[in-house]
Write a protein that binds this ligand. Structure first.
Ligand code: SF4
Ligand code: SF4
Length: 383
């Protein structure tokens, strides 16, 4: 079969991975394998992995349960929090239903307060994230929190997190990160080999593939084939190249990527937690493992951290590496930290890279599709 017919079919399989993964998770549960749910890339997945658990992202990306969530939570709250709480409360998300433990973290105010209510119907362990990452006290706090997570996981599952198991989990998770980055860096090719929608399908879908060794092979295989295809001259047409930053996307928020690509641009890179923010940096495989985990996770440039120079640094690297012509900052409605930080991002992009920037505030509904399309079209036209 030729590459042209094969790769898109594989990308579609990845986009269905979330639905298909439900069955896999049921099988895992029948085999007695514990499931740990998470809502944030700060959660050191290596710890539950070392206890033999499978980790799944529970961040919900549809507005289906927001009405139900609003019975308990304020309306003026980020859709990611409302949707995630709503899916948990109504038992509509099989991943949540099957999770033996949810690990939360004190990132933004809305999320950390939501966990207090979630604990009424699910075992929840909350990690205390420092507000800053630069000083010794913050670092010591996060390291202690990683140890506290280890104890909570051991107690929950009755399995010790041994040094050897943790080291193996670090190596495996690093391999997954490198394979994911190897795939999304195909976006650096100019003109592009793949659309942003295809990259997103794979990167988002990959989080619902639980056989990590198979996933690593698939990601590397797809990256190699896409690069070969490009070498052979099968390329997309040249268009303005867009770098996405801001809140996590996927599911309903894919509408921003679709709007960009339907209006004459290509999304070539994702700096947010759906892409590079969580993935670029690996965990050191030598030395003290808890120090290494502390360093890796505190290097995540989330707007909940102040100051957040790490986001600017990664953004700068990506603007250059992906040859971006413009930056689109996606802000989920009522996400105060990303909304406030948008001014710093705008200044940074304009002053240091001299390329246009636009902030787009959106939610999980379809009500802003027309306005979104108009704004994105005007932005791309000026590139
Ligand atoms: S944007 Fe911040 S709070 Fe949200 S998943 Fe990423 S690190 Fe966590
Ligand atoms: S998008 Fe913003 S408000 Fe929503 S959970 Fe993430 S950091 Fe919190």
């Amino acid at each position: 079969m030729s590459l042209i017919t094969e790769l898109p079919a594989i990308f579609d399989q990845f986009s269905q991975a979330r639905q298909k993964g439900f069955v896999t998770v049921m099988d895992l549960k029948e085999q007695g394998i514990p499931l740990v749910g998470t809502y944030c890339t700060f959660m050191p997945q290596e710890i539950p992995m070392a206890a033999g658990a499978v980790v799944v992202s529970l961040c919900s990306t549809s507005d289906e349960t927001i009405e139900e969530a609003e019975k308990d939570l304020p309306r003026n709250l980020c859709p990611l929090i409302k949707s995630s709480y709503g899916f948990g409360k109504t038992d509509k998300c099989p991943y949540f239903y099957f999770s033996d433990l949810v690990v939360g973290e004190t990132t933004c105010d809305g999320k950390k307060k939501m966990y207090e209510y979630m604990a009424d119907f699910k075992p929840v362990h909350v990690m205390q994230l420092p507000n800053s990452t630069a000083d010794a006290a913050s670092r010591a706090l996060w390291k202690a929190e990683i140890h506290r997570l280890k104890e909570a996981v051991e107690q929950q599952f009755g399995v010790p997190v041994t040094e050897q198991a943790l080291r193996e989990a670090i190596v495996l998770k690093n391999q997954e990160r490198r394979a994911t980055a190897n795939f999304y860096r195909v976006g650096q090719l100019n003109p592009p080999a793949l659309s942003g929608m295809d990259i997103l399908k794979v990167v988002y879908g990959a989080t619902f593939r639980f056989d990590k060794k198979a996933l690593i092979n698939e990601l590397n295989d797809m990256a190699e084939r896409a690069r070969q295809d490009w070498q052979d001259g099968k390329r997309l047409e040249a268009r303005p190249r867009i770098l996405i930053t801001g809140c996590p996307i996927g599911g309903a928020a894919e509408k921003v990527v679709r709007a960009i690509e339907e209006n004459g641009g290509w999304v070539v890179g994702f700096e947010n937690c759906t892409g590079a923010k969580a993935t670029e940096r690996c965990v050191e495989e030598t030395g003290d493992m808890y120090d290494a985990l502390t360093d890796k996770y505190l290097a995540i440039g989330c707007s909940c951290i102040s100051p957040n120079d790490q986001r600017l640094k990664l953004l700068s690297e990506m603007v250059e590496e992906y040859q971006a012509d413009g930056v689109v900052d996606v802000i989920l409605q009522a996400c105060h930290t990303y909304a406030v930080e948008s001014l710093a991002i705008k200044r940074h992009v304009r002053d240091n890279h001299h390329i246009p920037y636009i902030a787009i505030e959106t939610d999980y509904s379809t009500s802003d599709l027309g306005q979104l399309s108009t704004r994105v079209a005007a932005f791309i036209e000026m590139l």
